[in-house]
Ligand binder design. Structure first.
Ligand SMILES: N[C@@H](CCC(=O)N[C@@H](CS)C(=O)NCC(=O)O)C(=O)O
Length: 259
């Protein structure tokens, strides 16, 4: 029995849905609705004390941390290998995943201010949200969600997040020159682990971060990865309480864009 506790747009959940899909693993969905603040409920905290998604439960054993879950999925199930057999390439894959983890706070801040908070405010009062911030077990989320709620994450700080992420995109563009995937010819967990960041950037900026003339290798990579059925399926999990990115004016395709 393979269960995934996850949320439709969570970048970390997308990673794991994509890995499960690539390996052809059948799984049961346990939806944790962050808009309903399900992640702060005692029944979920019993499975994931940090109150974050995703959690994979395999035959009753919970596994946490999306990048650890993905290594587990690769090792535990049949299907195409998502980790290079060559130790050096495997190290490169993990280095790149580490880089993505280091830049996670930038993704979280942009997400909190531009997408999550506006959606939460359509459902809860600021007083209720302030209470929920206190219930979040991780100081990381208490701080970011608390500051977002109080309007303390301003344009300068968000601009800095964009600069940070653009640096990662530049590094990616260099790594992809002239290979199809992050560590070379093989599609690996490095591609899967960064894919949802790219989809989030696309949803927030609808195509402003790469194009055939701006970071062309990233542009070609994004076209390649978004053509994979696993990506299509993982990013298109429905917003189970409705509204999607469009509810807050995000995720619209630019006129010029051909995805
Ligand atoms: N390092 C963790 C991070 C998990 C995480 O932060 N998940 C986010 C969604 S991507 C979450 O659950 N946030 C809870 C919240 O916003 O309260 C992982 O990779 O699994």
């Amino acid at each position: 029995m393979i269960e995934l506790y996850h949320f439709w747009s969570s970048v970390c959940s997308v990673r794991c849905r994509m890995a499960l899909e690539e390996k052809g693993v059948a799984w049961t969905s346990r939806y944790v609705d962050l808009f309903k603040l399900d992640q702060t409920k005692p029944e979920y905290l019993a499975i994931n004390p940090g109150g974050v998604v995703p959690t994979l439960v395999h035959d009753g054993q919970p596994i946490r941390e999306s990048t650890v879950i993905n290594e587990y999925i690769d090792a535990a199930f049949k299907g195409p290998s998502l980790v290079p057999a060559d130790p050096l390439k495997a190290a490169r894959m993990r280095e790149f995943t580490r880089r993505c983890e280091d830049e996670f706070p930038s993704i979280v801040k942009l997400t909190a201010v531009k997408y999550l908070l506006p959606k939460l405010r359509n459902r809860w009062s600021d007083e209720e949200l302030a209470e929920a911030v206190k219930r979040r077990p991780l100081p990381f989320y208490q701080e970011i969600h608390g500051r977002a709620l109080r309007g303390e994450i301003g344009p300068d700080e968000l601009g800095q997040c964009i600069v940070t992420l653009e640096k990662l995109l530049d590094e990616m563009d260099a790594l992809l020159d002239p290979v199809p995937w992050i560590v070379g010819e093989q599609f690996t967990l490095a591609d899967i682990n960064v894919a949802p960041y790219m989809y989030r950037l696309w949803a927030l900026g609808a195509g402003k971060f790469w194009s055939p003339s701006l970071r062309p290798n990233v542009d070609a990579w994004y076209r390649r990865i978004s053509a994979r059925p696993s990506f299509e399926k993982a990013v298109n999990w429905p917003d189970e309480s409705g509204g999607g990115y469009e509810e807050v004016g995000l995720g619209k395709k630019l006129e010029s864009e051909t995805r």
